[in-house]
Design a protein around this ligand. Structure first.
Ligand code: AMP
Ligand code: AMP
Length: 337
């Protein structure tokens, strides 16, 4: 089968533009699943061949049959987990780029921790018992919520006054690491068995990243609490000597996933979300097992992808190239679910 017989599709959010631009650059037909209020905006881009409208993202299963008839390969991004949930991701029948077995290991924060510990990845301490907490801590709900609903507690009193906001949600209590938040975007190809660092970003989160704009004296008495809702991303290159450990962490995560899951493990785009401490240690706070939105900075490639490819290579384009190579080598089954 030729690659032109396949259509690459995704939902109109998160990193859809980058994914479909990359797919077009690699010669695929492209399709966007769009909600009505977003359609006019997305129609301004020339690389989207087809639009399919749903009134809301969670109605996605209603168009699945049509997608299958069109030979669609779906590229999941952050909105798939946020709006459809793990269960709908697992049960969808249209070809899906990635290994769905990874979803269970990613979704459950305890399983995720087991995986990362198995890969010898350093993580912030986690506290089970409220009486054993070393403050400060961050209290985080489960799931890809983009940092919303988290809170910071500097001591026991602070913790007790805020914990009721979690309601019945599942949450974890984590050591708060003071340092530089750094998100490393990787791509692992099971076809070439090679891991690459595609790019790096740091998030801009409100209001924690803007607290420094008001002097401490101006904040006193206002009871401002840091919040961690992502609004955008900025690029960052890492001190080169630290790149080696960043790379090795990615390798260990891949190797562990192959041992813990079904042999295929994790592949394609993924991200280790880290905070680098003053001792230059990477503390990994989370793994995201698909394309992350910080890669949107690099639609034309990054300082790193340029070194590998000598041509503009976004993560979205890298995914499409992988699919193209898999079609050519008749190994599509290896990378789809
Ligand atoms: P959205 O479709 O924009 O609501 O995004 C879906 C999920 O992806 C959000 O709940 C966030 O967890 C994550 N996300 C969206 N945009 C970004 C971003 N620029 N940087 C990091 N994460 C993001
Ligand atoms: P997450 O949803 O785990 O990606 O976290 C969202 C944001 O919360 C991060 O980008 C950090 O700014 C902050 N954060 C999460 N965990 C920690 C931690 N253990 N220490 C310090 N900051 C954290």
């Amino acid at each position: 089968m030729k690659k032109t017989q396949y259509t690459i599709a995704t939902l109109s959010s998160h990193s859809a533009l980058q994914i479909l631009k990359g797919a077009k650059d690699e010669g695929f037909n492209t399709l966007l699943i769009v909600t009505p209020e977003r359609e006019a905006f997305y129609r301004t881009f020339p690389f989207i061949d087809e639009f399919m409208t749903v009134s809301k993202f969670s109605d996605f299963p209603s168009i699945e049959k049509q997608l299958i008839e069109k030979n669609v390969i779906l590229i999941p991004h952050g909105s798939f987990v946020a709006y459809l949930g793990t269960q709908k991701n697992k049960t969808m029948k249209v070809s899906y780029y990635g290994n769905k077995k990874v979803l269970d290991w990613e979704e459950d924060r305890l399983k995720q921790r087991e995986w990362l510990e198995h890969a010898n990845i350093l993580m912030p301490q986690q506290f089970k018992d409220v009486d054993s907490i070393n403050y400060p801590v961050i209290v985080k709900s489960y799931g890809a919520a983009g940092g919303s609903g988290y809170f910071y507690a500097k001591n026991k009193r602070d913790y007790n006054s805020k914990i009721s906001q979690m309601g019945s949600k599942q949450f974890v209590i984590q050591e708060y690491v003071i340092g530089v938040p750094l998100y490393i975007h990787y791509f692992y190809s099971p076809l070439t068995k090679k891991l690459e660092i595609m790019s790096i970003d740091r998030r801009y989160e409100t209001n924690v990243d803007s607290l420094g704009r008001i002097p401490l004296a101006g904040q006193e008495g206002l009871e401002i609490n840091p919040s961690y809702v992502v609004v955008g991303n900025s690029p960052l290159v890492l001190r080169e000597a630290m790149l080696v450990e960043a790379y090795n962490m990615g390798l260990r995560v891949i190797e562990s996933s192959q041992k813990l899951m079904d042999g295929r493990g994790l592949f394609g785009a993924f991200c280790l979300e880290t905070v680098i401490s003053e001792k230059q240690k990477f503390y990994t706070i989370e793994i995201s097992c698909r394309i992350v939105a910080g890669t949107n900075l690099f639609t034309h490639g990054s300082a790193y992808s340029w070194l590998y490819y000598n041509e503009p290579m976004s993560t979205g384009r890298r995914i499409a190239r992988e699919i193209k190579h898999a079609v050519e080598q008749k190994k599509l089954k290896m990378i789809l679910d």
